[in-house]
Unconditional design. Structure first.
Length: 182
């Protein structure tokens, strides 16, 4: 199954393509965005990092049915990207996202996360969603808590900014459906 277009009140989530490379290259490689990313993210970010990421990692994962990914866009300006969000299937870490600095703090991450979590559980019929994050990534932890997730494991993880205490959060399909059944 290909990633479908998902819509929310303010957003349109469009499947990622190579056309997103320029946006990613311009907006992703900023310390505030990458500091709590996995060490697989090269730092300093190379001049062709976005194209490498899409060509070598994300688009092949999508083609194999291992991932789904969307550029997050404003419904009022569909050519205006504000971030990226993805899902990974069969992994111990299922969702990741980032929002461009100019669009942070406006609730776009929560809105996009709700849409893809709904897709993950109700369309892909996955049993549990897990996300890992640095404990210091307070905004991401708040989003997980708002979604009804709970911490299931703690440890330490290597991030672009170094080794930090980390948490794994989770929610089951039944828990998600129970709190979103209105």
């Amino acid at each position: 199954m290909n990633s479908p277009v998902l819509t929310t009140a303010r957003l349109c989530l469009v499947p990622v393509t190579l056309d997103d490379a320029d946006f990613i290259q311009a907006e992703f490689p900023h310390w505030d965005i990458v500091k709590f990313m996995n060490t697989r993210v090269p730092w300093p970010y190379p001049a062709d990092g976005a194209r490498q990421f899409l060509d070598d990692l994300l688009l092949p994962q999508i083609a194999r049915g291992e991932a789904y990914a969307w550029s997050i866009r404003l419904r009022t300006a569909p050519d205006s990207r504000v971030g990226l969000i993805n899902l990974r299937i069969g992994s111990t870490e299922n969702r990741g996202f980032w929002i461009a600095r100019a669009h942070q703090g406006q609730g776009f991450a929560s809105e996009a996360a709700d849409a893809v979590t709904e897709f993950y559980f109700n369309t892909l019929d996955q049993p549990v969603l897990r996300v890992s994050k640095a404990v210091a990534n307070i905004a991401s932890s708040r989003l997980s808590a708002r979604q009804g997730m709970r911490v299931i494991a703690m440890g330490e993880t290597d991030y672009v900014s170094g080794r930090h205490p980390s948490e794994t959060w989770a929610i089951t399909q039944d828990e998600w459906r129970a709190q979103n059944s209105s």
